[in-house]
Design a protein around this ligand. Structure first.
Ligand SMILES: Cc1ncc(COP(=O)(O)OP(=O)(O)O)c(N)n1
Ligand SMILES: Cc1nc(C(=O)O)sc1CCOP(=O)(O)O
Ligand SMILES: [Mg+2]
Length: 223
């Protein structure tokens, strides 16, 4: 990723959001490092380490996996973001953090992480405006469609939420998340997202097919 001491520009952030892989070991049918390497070869533009849920790694195993995935991203020049755990992100020198409405306060996280990337989940225009004022670089908006990858997901919003946020004046880079497939990626971007964040559409394909899964999603966004 481009390094420097300044906040990421909205233009570069939009590029990073294009094909955003969210991944944890529990999501994978193959070694997560292999999945990430193949996804990067297919054109993934940003990777989030989301190691949570039943069966998730903890302690040293979790740290070791984070370091291996981070190294794969560094080799590919793609930013690596940690979900929820600001301490882990700082410990390993990650490129950023993604937090939700039930996580640490976005303003406090911004103070802790300096100019690293900060993503914040938002479900309404009010949450979006607050996240912007607290220093978010992008917003994760979802679930756009039904998802089996997050047990405590909010109600499905449909692509309409993206149009609504844009209409209400939210100009920050946005990424749609939740149930997005190659077939649906085009309508998510057409509704106002700068890209798509996916788990199962990439991690749920048979080993060896990950690169093509990513390529199909990218192709689905070309209008
Ligand atoms: C890109 C992106 N958008 C939204 C989320 C969800 O974050 P959150 O609501 O904090 O839920 P968890 O992922 O922590 O369960 C995300 N992780 N990434
Ligand atoms: C991590 C996450 N956050 C969501 C939200 O709505 O904020 S939905 C979700 C899971 C996305 O996984 P899949 O691509 O397999 O549906
Ligand atoms: Mg969270």
């Amino acid at each position: 990723m481009k390094s420097g001491n300044e906040r990421v520009s909205p233009a570069l952030m939009r590029e990073y959001l294009r094909m955003y892989l969210v991944i944890g070991s529990v999501n994978c049918l193959a070694d997560p490092v292999r999945v990430v390497e193949e996804a990067l070869a297919g054109g993934a533009t940003l990777v989030q380490f989301r190691e949570k849920g039943p069966g998730a790694l903890a302690g040293e195993d979790r740290l070791a996996l984070a370091l291996r995935l981070q190294a794969a991203c560094r080799r590919a020049g793609v930013p690596f973001i940690v979900n929820d755990d600001v301490d882990l992100a700082l410990e390993i020198g990650a490129d950023g953090v993604h937090i939700g409405q039930d996580d640490e306060d976005a303003g406090a996280v911004r103070s802790r992480i300096g100019n690293r990337l900060l993503g914040v989940s938002a479900h309404t225009a009010g949450e979006a405006r607050l996240a912007v004022s607290r220093g978010a670089d992008y917003l994760g908006i979802g679930p756009i469609y039904p998802t089996a990858s997050k047990a405590d997901a909010h109600a499905v919003q449909g692509p309409a939420i993206l149009r609504e946020l844009r209409r209400s004046g939210i100009a920050l880079p946005l990424v749609g998340i939740g149930g997005i497939t190659a077939e649906r990626a085009g309508e998510v971007v057409a509704a106002g997202a700068d890209g798509v964040a996916v788990i199962s559409a990439v991690t749920g394909v048979p080993p060896g097919e990950t690169r093509d899964a990513v390529r199909r999603i990218l192709a689905g966004m070309v209008t």
